[in-house]
Structures are given as C-alpha cells and as structure tokens.
Design a protein around this ligand. Structure first.
Ligand code: G
Ligand code: G
Ligand code: MN
Ligand code: NA
Length: 254
C-alpha cells in the first residue's frame, strides 16, 4: 500500500525518469531510433526495476496515468532532439496490457502527439506477443487504427510467447523484435542460431522489419548483420541512458 501511494505520487515528486537506448541500422551503422524505458527512484530504497513496479502499476491501474506521462515525455524528448538537428527516425514506447486494453488509448496517443508536435510516423509502439494474443479480434482492430494513423508497431520479446504464425499474418504490424534470450547464444548455441535465422527470414517473407535486442558484442553484431537482420539494440552500442547522456552519445557516435 505504501509503495502504491509512492508510485501514485511519483510523477509530481519527479521519481519517474525515462532512459533511452539507441537502435542502430545494421547495414549502414546509422542511428535509426531510440527506445524509451521507464525508471522509478524510490524515495527510500533507490532505483527499482520496471520488472518490479510495472506489475504494481498494472494491478492498480496507475499505469494509465504513468503511461500517458511516458508517451508525452518520450515524444517531447524526440521533438527536442529533432530540433537540435539529431537524425532520429523514431522513438519506441512500450505499452503494457492494461494500457492496450484501455478504451481511451487512441485518444491519449493522439493527444501526446499533438502536445509534442511530433508526427505520428515518428512514433513506434512496442507490444508483447502475449498481450496481442489475449484478445486477437480487438487487438487487430486497435492495430488497424494505429496503422491508419501512421503509427508503427513492433512485436516485442518475439519468440518468448505463443508465436503462432497464422496470428502473425493477421496482425498489421511493422516489425519484430527478437528477444534477447535468443541473441545471447546467437554465435554459439545451435538452437538460438536456428531460431534467430528463421525469425529473420520469416519476418522478411512477411514484409516485416527485424530488430535484435540484447546485442552485447561484435560477434553477435556481425552475425546478425550477415544474416540480414535490419536493426540492433544493446549494450554493445549503449545501455539505456538519460537524455543528456544520450545527446552526447548521439553527437559523438560513428
Ligand atoms: O528497462 P529494462 O530495462 O529493465 O526493462 C524491463 C522490462 O520493463 C522490459 O520488459 C520492458 O519492456 C519493461 N518496460 C520498461 N519501460 C517500460 C515502459 O515505459 N512501459 C512499459 N509498459 N514497460 C516498460
Ligand atoms: O522492452 P524490452 O522487454 O525489450 O526491454 C528491454 C530490456 O533489455 C530492458 O530491461 C533493457 O535494460 C535490457 N537490455 C538492453 N540492452 C541489453 C543488453 O545488451 N543485454 C541485456 N542483457 N539486457 C539489455
Ligand atoms: Mn521493448
Ligand atoms: Na524485449
């Protein structure tokens, strides 16, 4: 209950911050986009992982309010970077199940775009596979509305959920993000290699982009690039960092 109250006050107390991680085009090495990830600094206990506090935000419904703050903050930051002349093609924002099911989702996304002055094509939403499979009919409807608005959608943590190919065909999404658990063994474990290569080929056969997350070294980067993966994200390039550090990173990258 205490933690609930603290999370609930988190925006006003400036205890939530966003950190940003670059996404790199594997074929030309250019900075392509950035993923925004939320952090919570507990007034007493310090930094808390989203793995701990997102479930609490979800169960209490506080995620709706925080989710709107996350979207608005990420889009405003992208606008600043674009005004500073940084070439960033999109900001990716994670949506959780409660947000995705909320009937005001579309409205609040539109509002965040309007408030920030960012065009819809610069926003990418990351949704997990399992979230989409909860109610496929309504998921398809919501995804179509995003598509009509020009917003792009990525299936996050791909491969860890149910991964039905027939559903994948029905979802109007733009890209798949291969989960970091497969990238970990992508140069050494035959199963991870097989799954990663198959995912890249399948995504391309369906006209989708593929991004790999959790890229930590040159060997993984080279393997993914040589197997046609479009984009990469991970500690090899940069961990998630605050906006000031990201500005510095981006101006010195390359
Ligand atoms: O950022 P990591 O750095 O620790 O994130 C852990 C988990 O929390 C990931 O599964 C990630 O998708 C999720 N997460 C991080 N930021 C957000 C966010 O802004 N919204 C939602 N819904 N999930 C997030
Ligand atoms: O939203 P998603 O589930 O994709 O969250 C990404 C998670 O992966 C975050 O917790 C982020 O901090 C973490 N992450 C980002 N890059 C790396 C990496 O190179 N290695 C590992 N192990 N984790 C990473
Ligand atoms: Mn993500
Ligand atoms: Na992921």
């Amino acid at each position: 209950l205490q933690i609930e109250a603290e999370l609930n006050r988190g925006i006003e107390q400036n205890n939530f911050v966003l950190v940003y991680q670059p996404q790199i085009d594997l074929q030309n090495k250019a900075l392509l986009g950035v993923e925004a990830l939320v952090r919570f600094y507990h007034p007493k206990y310090g930094l808390m992982s989203p793995l701990k506090f997102i479930p609490i935000l979800e169960d209490t419904g506080i995620i709706i309010k925080i989710g709107e703050w996350i979207l608005q903050t990420a889009l405003k930051q992208l606008k600043k970077w674009q005004d500073e002349g940084l070439s960033i093609k999109h900001v990716a924002v994670n949506l959780s199940a409660t947000q995705f099911r909320n009937k005001h989702l579309l409205e609040s996304v539109k509002e965040a775009l309007t408030m920030s002055g960012v065009a819809a094509e610069y926003l990418e939403l990351e949704l997990t596979e399992s979230l989409l499979l909860e109610d496929t009919e309504s998921a398809v409807r919501t995804l179509k509305q995003f598509k009509d608005m020009g917003i792009r959608v990525t299936i996050d943590d791909f491969g860890t959920g149910y991964s039905s190919l027939s559903y994948l065909r029905r979802f109007p999404v733009d890209s798949l993000k291969i989960d970091k658990s497969f990238i970990k063994g992508v140069v050494s474990e035959p199963e991870d290699i097989a799954i990663t290569v198959a995912t890249i080929d399948m995504a391309h056969a369906l006209g989708l982009n593929v991004i790999a997350e959790g890229v930590e070294n040159e060997e993984q980067r080279d393997f993914l690039r040589d197997h046609g993966c479009d984009c990469a994200q991970g500690y090899f390039y940069s961990p998630p960092i605050n906006h000031e550090d990201f500005s510095k990173w981006a101006t010195t990258y390359r």
